[in-house]
Structure formats: structure tokens, C-alpha cells
Design a protein around this ligand. Structure first.
Ligand SMILES: [Zn+2]
Length: 777
């Protein structure tokens, strides 16, 4: 009664407006296994549905098609009730992705499929299509996301995770986010700085105080409800929302769906400021490296899915073989689930990672025979030759020709005309292969790597390449998540070798093997030089028994530059290597996909990997003047929490150091990740062939709708406008430009002509295009 007067005083007309959205952030696995998440979801959703029966104002937003799919499978009655509330617009599917995935590490096609599979589920089951990307908790956001989200029909983005930044406060809460290709999303970071608000007075006050875009905008979203099994929104929270609907001194609160918030925020924002490039999270930098086996499982499964779709589509078109749609979709769902933001990043308990690795093994078991069968169907009968046998054919799933085997085709391998020569010198060994000269010192480290075409030296004076370094790695908090920059003070170079031996030198290949022991661990490295290739391949086999240490593989590169390029989904980002601003300093460890590259005006060096995501690329004073670039791959960590056994045991990493431009790094990345597969029978002509070297055909598959149409996804990879002709080797009607869900594009821009088996395309830098090629009868 004493409060009646105060509670009756209305909010000022200019009060900050809060759209409160009922929510429950349920991690798909973390300190519990996936099977417990299924039960957590059932309990929380029951709670929510019950509260909805009692309170007609409750609106609940729920992301992740996977969580709905679990309800459909294991709790059909609950799912039926959810379906009713979805139809009313109160249980609101948001985000449109299969799970709230990590976005740094999933490959381009996989990140696209997060949306394709998520949206398909929401459309098939509920007839609704979320238009916003909902990733409140993922650890930083790739600069490829705006284009992928737009291509999936989304136009808005929400997170709050950058409020965790250790150093720099992000300057906006409502802004426009622009990706590498120029695609833009309307973006909002809830200034309440949590996705588990209780709508307390303190949180509402913080929302208003913290909002960075006052003057231009006055509206924010607050997700409220207990997450991770806590049950979601409560009666008390709904009462708090009512109390603050219009209350003097407080933001006004209205319980609503995210779409209502985005419409209102967009309407008041005019032309919001633009943030270009990635949304790097200053923290959790260890998640690019922790749990290396889970990461390898992801990379391998992405490869197998790529191969399976390519060869199954080829077999279907060439021979009428059945397309294994169900097996592919099941495998995608498994891989997409493991990309959840605590699984692929390596921040879950051991149980979760053991299970992820088991799931990846099953994906391999399902897809390997399927790939073999498809290749066999396409080539016709005949035994595969394989490595070492002079005969036989090879299937090349990469988008570039490898050793004369055509991209996406099957054919014979062509040997190089060059020879590898070996010479012993007073300093060690000198190996030449027609493209480069590499010199190893007595410890098996690279003391010189010279490009024969330009004569330029790649290793800076006094430096050694292929150097392993171990560091103390004891982050102040969040063991599996964080790498603190202080690790750099506790490093040790593993220079001394126990053995260095030449194991192969036959003119076609040179192989040097080194062995080193350190701590409780040991490592065997092989350095391979192939005839005619401007590349040094390194295989690093580690028997790892360290705790809280970080293992890096280092390549000092004699290149004076202020920036480096790292591959991301469908393109690459450029990041500074200097430390001018606090933003640059904070980016001391960064994610990359298959390659990174540094270059000056005259020379470039790429470093490709087969399952490593964590890198650091820095700039150092060079003996003799100037600066050089230090490129390092982060191979292994050994955090103690939440999995004290993380990363113990054996691991094999493949690295390729390649001389040349970004195009060379791009090719090296594909070559390393899509090795040739032995095949028998006869050659197979690729279904499609693209004549522009900068345009990469990433995916060839059959359409999701079962029509038998061929779908091709391609992108411009170097960051320059490109003209390309795509030739089709089967009877096809003119190409239709589509969105990621293979629906005709609202605004097709890329196709300029399509007839008689040739489609002409004009691509913007980094443009992603999906084409549907209907099969002619
Ligand atoms: Zn989370």
C-alpha cells in the first residue's frame, strides 16, 4: 500500500523502451552430455507451456531446430503443444539455425547448412521462417556471417557476447554489421549484457545506462528467463515486466517477440553506424585450439560430406544411381550438432568430447562406403591402384586440378618433369626441386627457403623455420576457453633434435624425419619436398602428455607487412599484424580455416593446415633492419577444466608452407584438405567446370527437394570482381540463381547469361552464389 503511489507514477514519454523476450539459453552440451540436454529442454519447455497456459502475455523465443527435433522425437506430446503455441505466435522459433553454433570454425558449406537445415525444419514443421540470427553466446562472429545469413533470408543479428571483451568496449548496441563482401545485417547487442535476465530493476537500469546509441535510438531487447535447465521465464519475471510496463524512472517494458523489437528498432534507427569485418571476441581465444580431436573430427567430416555429395551427384547424373539423401542429411545433422558453441570450441567435459569423436567416427563409417560406391559407379568397374602403383586413376574432390587430375573429376596423375636433388653442405642439407631450394640445419630446422623463380629468401636472417615451441599456458580463468597473452613469456624453443634422418630421396620426393623429446612428450616431424612444387610439407606427430602447456609450430617469414590474411568461410579476412591500438593488441590469437598468408609487394608465403584453427601472426624487429612476420599455428593445448584429460595422447598435424600469392595458399589449403582418392575404371569428366581461377566451386550436390536438379555453390575467393563461365557437361536447362535454401533468389545479380551448357557470371569480390541447374529431360 505504501508503494501504491510510486508504482502508479507512469514512465516519462522519453523513457528507454525495453522489449522483453522470454527465453532459456540451453547449451546443447557443456558440463553435461547431449542426452541430458534433451531432458533439460523437455523440462524447460514443459514449464514454459504451463506458464503460457496461466499467463496469456508470455512470449518465449527459442532457437535451435535441433532442440525442437529432439522434442518431436522423444516427447511428441510436448511437441504437439509447442506446435500450437508456435501457431499462435507465442512460442517463437528464432535464429533459423540447426544449433547456436560456433561461427569461427565451421567451414563455409557447414555454416550455410546450419541455416539450411534449421530453416527447413522450421518451415516444414511450423510454416515459419525466422528472419534474425540469434547467437547470444557464441565466441566471436566471422566476417562471412552477414553474407551467409542474407543468403539464407535473414536480415538481422543478435548477440551479447562481445560485452565479455577483456579490453575494448564495443562502441554500439544497435548498428549495421557489414561482412567481407559488403553484405549488411541490422545488428543488436542487448545492453543488459546477459541472456538470462530476471527483469530486475537493477538490470533494467543497467540496460538504459549502458546503451551506447542514445540520441539515435532508444530501444533495446532484454532476453529473460533461467537457462541451462533452470526452467526459463517465471511468474515473478512476468510480474516484474508488468510492474515496469510504465513506471516512473524505469525503462518501459513490453513482453514481445524478437521480430517486433527488430521492426521497432529499425524504424527508429534511421541510418545506423556501420561496423565492418569480423566481430572478434576479446576472450576465449583458446577455443580455436582446445580438444584437437573434436576439431579434426569436424574438419574430416566436412571433407567427407563434401566428397559424398560431389561423387553421389556425379554418379546420379552419369549413371542414374540413387542419391543417398537420407544418409547425407543424418550425417549433416550430426556434424551440425557438434558445431554447437561448447562442443567444437572444446569447452565441454570429457564425456561430451568422447561422444563427439564417436559421432564423427560413425559419420566416417557411414560416408566412406558411400563415397567408394559413388566413385565406383561413376568410373565403372576396375580396381583402384593407389599410392605406389603406377597404374590407376585418381578422384579429385578439390576445386582445382591436382597433379593433372581435373577438379571434381577422375583421371590419371601426371608426374612432374622436375627432379628433386639433394646436396650435403657444411651447414646441413640442401634440397632443390625446380621450384624452390630448402636448406636444413643439423637439427633438422629450416635455415633457408628460397623461391627459385624470384631468388628471394623466405627465412629471415638468424631465424629457423618449422620450429616447435612449447609455452606455459595458465589462463587466469576459463581454462579450456582462454589463452592469456602472458603465455609468450614462458616459452621454450624445441631446437635440439634426437635424430635427423633422410628417409626418402628418389628424385620424385625428398623426406627428412626428425625426432625430439620434451617434458613427458615426444614429437616426430617429416619434411617433404615434392618435385616441381613450390611447397614444403610438414607432418607433425605428437605424443602429448603435458598439462597447461601450449604447442606451436613457427615459421618466421622475411616479409615486411602490416597485415596478414586468414581464410574464413567463402573468402578471407585481413587482420593487422602490428599492435598500434588496443584493438590490435587484443587480437593476439586468431582463428583461420585452411590457410593464412603474409606478403609484401614482391613475395608471399602461405601456411596451410589440415585441422588447425588457432594461429598468431606477429611482427618483429629483423636482424639487419626492417621487420619480419612470424606465422605460428597453435597445435595443442592441455587445459585442466572442464576436462582434465583434454588433448592427452597422440595427434598428427599436416602443414604446407607454400610460396606465392593468396591463390597459391588457397590451392594449398584445398590440396591438403581434399587429398586425391585412388579410383579404378575409367576417367570421369566433372559435372561442372569453371574457367575463372579466382572463382571456387565449393559444393556440387543434388537439390534438397529431390527434383534431381544439380546445385552448385561457388564464390569469388581473392577479393576482386570476376567474370566466370561455368560449363556444364550434362544436359541442363538454363541456371537459376537461388538462395541457400535453393529457392529462386529475390534479386539475382550474378548470372548474366545461361544457355547451351554455359552460364556466364559476374561476381563481386567474395560474392557467394548458389545456382540450380535443372536437368534437361
Ligand atoms: Zn551457451
Amino acid at each position: 500500500a505504501a508503494l501504491r503511489e510510486a508504482l502508479a507514477a507512469p514512465a516519462a514519454r522519453s523513457a528507454h523502451r525495453v522489449y522483453a523476450v522470454g527465453h532459456a539459453h540451453i547449451d546443447s552440451a557443456w558440463l553435461w552430455p547431449v542426452r541430458e540436454t534433451v531432458r533439460k529442454c523437455a523440462r524447460t519447455f514443459s514449464n514454459v507451456l504451463d506458464l503460457m497456459d496461466q499467463d496469456p502475455d508470455l512470449v518465449f523465443a527459442c532457437s535451435s531446430a535441433q532442440q525442437y527435433a529432439w522434442m518431436k522425437e522423444f516427447y511428441p506430446e510436448l511437441f504437439a503443444r509447442i506446435k500450437e503455441r508456435v501457431a499462435e505466435g507465442r512460442f517463437v522459433p528464432v535464429g533459423g539455425m540447426w544449433v547456436e553454433s560456433d561461427t569461427n570454425m565451421p567451414g563455409g558449406e557447414a555454416l550455410a547448412r546450419q541455416f539450411v537445415e534449421g530453416k527447413r525444419f522450421f518451415l516444414d514443421e511450423f510454416g515459419v521462417e525466422p528472419r534474425e540470427v540469434w547467437l547470444p553466446d557464441s565466441f566471436g562472429y566471422t566476417a562471412a556471417l552477414p553474407q551467409i545469413a542474407r543468403a539464407a533470408g535473414a536480415d538481422a543479428f543478435l548477440t551479447q557476447k562481445l560485452s565479455w571483451n577483456e579490453v575494448n568496449a564495443f562502441p554500439h548496441h544497435t548498428f549495421t554489421w557489414e561482412g567481407i563482401d559488403g553484405s549488411r545485417l541490422f545488428a543488436h547487442f542487448p545492453p543488459v549484457d546477459t541472456y538470462n535476465s530476471t527483469l530486475s530493476a537493477a538490470e533494467l537500469a543497467h540496460t538504459e545506462r549502458n546503451f551506447m546509441d542514445k540520441g539515435r535510438a532508444n530501444t533495446s531487447l532484454v532476453p529473460f528467463g533461467y537457462g541451462d535447465g533452470g526452467g526459463g521465464p517465471t511468474r515473478e519475471m512476468m510480474a516484474a515486466a508488468r510492474r515496469a510496463a510504465s513506471l516512473e524512472g524505469s525503462p518501459t517494458v513490453r513482453v514481445a517477440a524478437p521480430a517486433e523489437f527488430f521492426a521497432a528498432a529499425r524504424a527508429e534507427s534511421g541510418t545506423p553506424p556501420v561496423w565492418s569485418g569480423e566481430l572478434y571476441m576479446e576472450g576465449h581465444r583458446g577455443t580455436y585450439t582446445s580438444q584437437a580431436r573434436t576439431k579434426r573430427g569436424n574438419r574430416t567430416s566436412e571433407r567427407l560430406l563434401h566428397e559424398a555429395e560431389l561423387w553421389a551427384a556425379t554418379a546420379a547424373v552419369r549413371t542414374g544411381a540413387a542419391y543417398p539423401e537420407q544418409a547425407l542429411r543424418r550425417s549433416w545433422h550430426t556434424v551440425l550438432l557438434q558445431q554447437f558453441h561448447d562442443i567444437l570450441p572444446g569447452s565441454s567435459i570429457g564425456w561430451v568430447h568422447d561422444q563427439a569423436e564417436e559421432e564423427y567416427r560413425k559419420v566416417g563409417e557411414r560416408l566412406e562406403p558411400l563415397i567408394d560406391a559413388a566413385v565406383r559407379a561413376a568410373t565403372g568397374p576396375g580396381e583402384a591402384g593407389g599410392e605406389g602403383s603406377g597404374a590407376g586413376l585418381w578422384a579429385n574432390a578439390a576445386p582445382f586440378a591436382i597433379d593433372g587430375v581435373p577438379a571434381h573429376g577422375v583421371g590419371p596423375r601426371r608426374a612432374s618433369d622436375e627432379r628433386v636433388t639433394l646436396e650435403e653442405t657444411p651447414e646441413g642439407l640442401r634440397v632443390a626441386n625446380g621450384a624452390l631450394v630448402v636448406e636444413f640445419d643439423a637439427d633438422g630446422l629450416v635455415r633457408s627457403l628460397r623461391d627459385l623463380a624470384t631468388g628471394r629468401e623466405t627465412v629471415p636472417p638468424g631465424c629457423r623455420g618449422g620450429l616447435l615451441q612449447v609455452f606455459g599456458d595458465t589462463p587466469r580463468r576459463f581454462d579450456a576457453w582462454d589463452v592469456d597473452v602472458e603465455y609468450r613469456r614462458f616459452g621454450e624453443d624445441l631446437t635440439k633434435a634426437d635424430t635427423v634422418e633422410v628417409v626418402e630421396s628418389d628424385g620424385a620426393r625428398f623426406v627428412l624425419r626428425t625426432a625430439r623429446a620434451f617434458g613427458a612428450s615426444s614429437v616426430v616431424q617429416t619434411f617433404t619436398v615434392r618435385a616441381g612444387e613450390a611447397a614444403l610439407d610438414i607432418e607433425t606427430s605428437v605424443d602429448w602428455h603435458e598439462k597447461q602447456r601450449l604447442l606451436k609450430l613457427a615459421f618466421p617469414v622475411d616479409v615486411h607487412t602490416a597485415s596478414a590474411r586468414s581464410e574464413i568461410q567463402f573468402g578471407h579476412v585481413e587482420r593487422p599484424t602490428h599492435t598500434n591500438t588496443s584493438w590490435d593488441v587484443a587480437r593476439f590469437e586468431t582463428p583461420a580455416h585452411r590457410w593464412v598468408h603474409v606478403a609484401d609487394a614482391g613475395q608471399g608465403v602461405g601456411v596451410a593446415n589440415d585441422a588447425t584453427y588457432g594461429h598468431d601472426i606477429s611482427r618483429h624487429e629483423r636482424p639487419g633492419g626492417g621487420t619480419y612476420s612470424l606465422v605460428r599455428q597453435s597445435l595443442l593445448r592441455a587445459p585442466l577444466f572442464p576436462d582434465p584429460e583434454a588433448d592427452q595422447g597422440t595427434h598428427v598435424f599436416r602443414t604446407s608452407v607454400v610460396l606465392g600469392g593468396v591463390d597459391a595458399a588457397l590451392r594449398a589449403g584445398y590440396r591438403l584438405n581434399l587429398p586425391l582418392r585412388p579410383a579404378g575404371g575409367g576417367p570421369v569428366e566433372p559435372l561442372v567446370r569453371c574457367d575463372a581461377p579466382s572463382v571456387v566451386v565449393e559444393t556440387v550436390k543434388l537439390a534438397e527437394d529431390g527434383s534431381g536438379d544439380v546445385v552448385v555453390r561457388l564464390y569469388e575467393a581473392l577479393g576482386a570482381p570476376a567474370e566466370a563461365r561455368l560449363h556444364t557437361s550434362f544436359a541442363a536447362a538454363p541456371a537459376v540463381e537461388t538462395d541457400l535454401l535453393e529457392r529462386p533468389a529475390a534479386e539475382p545479380h550474378a548470372v548474366t547469361a545461361s544457355a547451351d551448357g554455359t552460364t556466364t557470371l559476374a561476381l563481386r569480390p567474395f560474392q557467394l552464389v548458389t545456382l540450380r541447374l535443372p536437368r534437361a529431360a
